[in-house]
Design a protein around this ligand. Structure first.
Ligand SMILES: Cc1ncc(COP(=O)(O)O)c(C=O)c1O
Length: 385
């Protein structure tokens, strides 16, 4: 089955695209949580991106599909992801690229110790031996080039993805997700949201949603443009509104080039794309990867009301923003929570994989285990689904 972007614009079926997720992800009401927040039944909805993959899901599978398609079309046999030690992007890339027969590795930098990051890093180390530990995020640009050159010298054609897979091509995956949502609205599965709450880290998700919704509006698939509320999990300027709208416009240029811009009603400029965007930094706390009290309360609220498990780094901050605005009386129409963190159990990992890990990572794991007091052992990870 083709992807939603190509169902809407058949000429886009020519884009290289490798399916790794299970689509469409469901849309469901969150009536129990709505009640707690003083909202009417049918006003709060969730898009279950957390269930997008059988092995490992989450929003990252969206950008992986065009990125893996592009890499395979270019004849690459090895792909590297980049990000923090607990990167969802890295874990998703390793697990899904290897299922396609590609070699996969990751270049990762340290982040604050949290249980989710610790579990992810253990799973990353269990998934690949091609994992490098950088001392700091600032080493990334140099290391990405060095890794590419090392692979070339070894005769391997490789692709090194930027953090979050946030390229115009990757962003098309999230534009496709927006069009999938519009199909669900048209089929009566949920109302057209007035507002969508989504995390903004590398900003491909929020940029792609803006683009896909705008394409849907221009072609009469939806009657009004939802507001995209991008909840910062990384600070400005990475998550500046100009960067989100800029990435949406660059992805839009790819669409226009492929379709001929008349088909989508002319050029998709930054100003038009940015008009439905609101960025909030109200839940960022001390910064990327740091837990917040409001996030912890959101995790508890989701668990109490039958929602998915949320993570402190991303989805808890998004839900905390939604809850705060609802409680302040700022929600008047249907709103949608973009549930981006995989809720699938992680694959089990043997302790031996940790012994072979880069020393810097072993030290980080030791300190994280000590600091968290949570006995997150490789062998205690739940079995794969
Ligand atoms: C679970 C989760 N939610 C949200 C985001 C934010 O998405 P983006 O990086 O596209 O802004 C990420 C990014 O890594 C993520 O892993």
């Amino acid at each position: 089955m083709t992807f939603a972007l190509a169902r809407a614009f058949p000429a886009l079926a020519a884009l290289p695209w490798t399916t790794v997720g299970m689509w469409p992800t469901a849309v469901e009401p969150m009536d129990a949580l709505a009640r707690e927040l003083g909202l009417a039944a049918g006003q709060l909805w969730i898009k279950r991106e957390d269930l997008s993959g059988g092995v490992y899901g989450g929003n990252k599978l969206r950008s992986l599909e065009p990125l893996l398609g592009e890499a395979q079309a270019a004849g690459a046999t090895r792909i590297y992801a980049t990000g923090a030690f607990g990167s969802n992007q890295a874990l998703a890339t390793l697990l899904h690229a290897q299922r396609l027969g590609l070699e996969a590795g990751a270049l990762l930098f340290p982040q604050p110790h949290t249980e989710t990051a610790l579990k992810n890093l253990i799973a990353i180390l269990g998934a690949s031996r091609l994992v490098r530990a950088l001392p700091h995020w600032s080493w990334l640009p140099f290391s990405m080039g060095a890794e590419r050159r090392r692979a070339t010298r070894a005769g391997v054609r490789s692709v090194v993805l930027p953090p979050g897979g946030a390229t115009p091509v990757g962003t098309l995956g999230y534009a496709s997700a927006a069009l999938e949502l519009c199909e669900q609205v048209a089929a009566g599965a949920c109302p057209l949201p007035q507002r969508i709450y989504v995390g903004a880290g590398s900003v491909a998700t929020s940029a792609g949603l803006l683009l896909g919704l705008r394409l849907a509006l221009r072609t009469g698939r939806i009657r009004a443009m939802p507001e995209v509320v991008a909840v910062r999990v990384t600070p400005w300027p990475v998550t500046g509104a100009f960067r989100i709208a800029g990435l949406a416009a660059r992805a839009g240029a790819l669409v226009s080039r492929q379709l001929g811009s008349t088909l989508v009603g002319g050029r998709l400029g930054k100003a038009e794309l940015g008009v439905a965007l609101r960025v909030t930094g109200a839940q960022l706390g001390k910064g990327y990867g740091f837990a917040t009290a409001a996030g912890e309360a959101a995790i508890a609220a989701s668990a109490r009301t039958g929602g998915p498990p949320l993570d402190v780094c991303y989805s808890a901050k998004v839900m905390a923003a939604l809850m705060a605005e609802a409680r302040a009386g700022g929600v008047s129409g249907p709103v949608l929570f973009w549930s981006s963190k995989s809720s699938r159990p992680l694959p089990p990992v043997d302790e031996a994989a940790l012994a072979a890990a880069p020393e810097r990572m072993q030290r980080w794991i030791e300190r994280a285990r000590r600091g968290l007091g949570a006995h997150v052992e490789a062998k205690q990870l739940p079995p794969a689904a």
